[in-house]
Design a protein around this ligand. Structure first.
Ligand code: CTP
Length: 417
């Protein structure tokens, strides 16, 4: 996909450099176009280094026009994003001025236009600016205005006018690409989870009786590994805390191997502390509910002809611990059930305080623990969606889609794209 990134004069121009990097990382071709004002904040060389393309700055530059004329540039773009869009730029767009490169390209382009206004809060709230925004929306109803965030400003004021974080903007662009299919990469997935830190658990746990014996379950780890791989491919930074499985670590994913539930909790805690909390915590592990009260250091010998009674104690609930400590913005749990799937899933979601529960029927041999396919219900507070039987890789993408939608809702981000 080709994005023409217009950078205009404002302190948020430095964030446009990070935005360029994120878009390029997401496989987007970025052509940066800077106004004179923008060049007072960041040099064109910075954007050239990040985008790998010479930055366009002036309308009547014979050399640049020889390469790609401004009309050609207008036609080249799949999307025009102006970030930051200064108050002056909004006024110029509203008036349809074409006395500089940006104005000319905008008039000559039929590509979707997104504006990310960023300025002092008083300038943003000023009726003149608001009037210009309304005028642009009236003249170009397809234009997306990305509302500025509120907060502390470079000038010391507090209020609306901050450009959204580059990672968030890049994610929006990539999500739009995915949903619209515009300039879709021929190979490789869309990187709409860029910038997200995701911690996952997967596989079974083993609860030791002695050095050669343990209690465990049938989990193969396939669903959790598929999720980790899909999230990584979609741009997330993924750490997978994994019980013992016979699966290859997914490329680009940090894997922390553990054995027991207590080890898993410890590893999850360490990882979450290290990354200062995760954006998402996805608990796909089939954690053993109980462990032997004592674990022998030597192999235990048979005791005559008598039977053996095991004494078990309850394991800590890893998912509930992370959720109650609010160590992740969004939490996703699993409910592997053999009966009353939805009832158990709803109850589990509420009991553990998680955002989404992915429920599957592990008694069905075609979608059970060891299968390569799965059929799940995704249960949230708002709805319950059936993901019909398909490969665990495809199911993983559906789960990530649902998590992304829930996360957006949670962050109260207006669905403008
Ligand atoms: N889970 C966890 N720690 C535990 C037990 C479960 O983190 N000690 C997580 C699982 O990874 C899963 C969810 O909680 O995401 C539900 O697990 P499940 O075993 O289905 O539920 P339980 O809590 O064991 O409840 P029940 O015994 O009623 O099925």
């Amino acid at each position: 996909m080709r994005v023409l990134l217009g950078v205009t004069g404002g302190i948020a121009a430095y964030k446009a450099a990070e935005l360029t990097r994120e878009l390029v990382r997401g496989g987007v071709e970025v052509q940066v176009l800077m106004t004179g004002g923008a060049q007072s904040f960041v040099t064109p060389l910075t954007f050239q280094a990040l985008s790998g393309r010479a930055v366009r700055t002036t309308l009547l530059d014979p050399d640049a026009e020889m390469g790609m004329g401004h009309i050609e540039l207008a036609r080249w773009a799949d999307l025009i994003l102006i970030a930051p869009a200064s108050a002056n730029t909004l006024a110029r767009i509203a008036a349809g001025l074409a006395d500089d490169l940006l104005g000319t390209v905008l008039l000559a382009s039929e590509a979707p236009l997104w504006l990310a206004p960023a300025m002092n809060q008083a300038m943003w709230r000023n009726p003149m600016t608001q009037n210009n925004v309304r005028a642009i929306q009236a003249l170009r109803p397809d234009c997306q205005i990305i509302e500025p965030d509120s907060g502390e400003q470079a000038c010391g004021d507090v209020g609306p006018g901050r450009m959204p974080e580059p990672e968030e903007l890049a994610r929006r662009v990539l999500t739009w690409q995915r949903d619209s299919g515009v300039g879709r990469p021929e190979n490789g997935p869309v990187r709409d989870l860029l910038g997200l830190r995701i911690v996952l658990t997967a596989g079974p746990t083993r609860e030791r009786l002695d050095p050669v014996r343990y209690l465990s379950n049938d989990s193969s780890g396939k669903m959790g590994y598929a999720l980790a791989a899909a999230a990584q491919q979609r741009g997330a930074q993924v750490t997978l805390v994994s019980g013992p499985v016979s699966l290859a670590p997914p490329a680009g994913v940090e894997v922390v191997p553990v054995e027991s539930a207590c080890d898993m909790l410890e590893a999850v805690r360490t990882v979450l502390q290290r990354v200062d909390g995760a954006d998402w915590f996805v608990s796909a592990a089939a954690v053993a509910d109980y462990r032997p009260q004592t674990s022998a250091t030597q192999k235990q010998k048979k005791q005559g002809d008598a039977g053996l009674t095991l004494s078990l104690v309850q394991n800590p609930d890893i998912l509930a611990t992370v959720t109650s400590a609010r160590q992740a913005r969004l939490t996703v749990g699993f409910a592997a059930e053999t009966e009353n799937l939805l009832e158990h899933a709803r109850a589990k979601r509420q009991r553990k305080g998680v955002d989404l529960i992915v429920a599957n029927n592990v008694s069905r041999p075609d979608i059970g623990f060891n299968s390569d396919e799965n059929e799940v219900w995704i249960v949230s507070a708002a709805d319950e969606t059936l993901v019909s039987r398909q490969s665990k890789t495809a199911v993983a993408d559906k789960i990530l889609d649902a998590a992304l939608a829930a996360d957006r809702l949670k962050r109260n981000i207006e669905e403008t794209v």
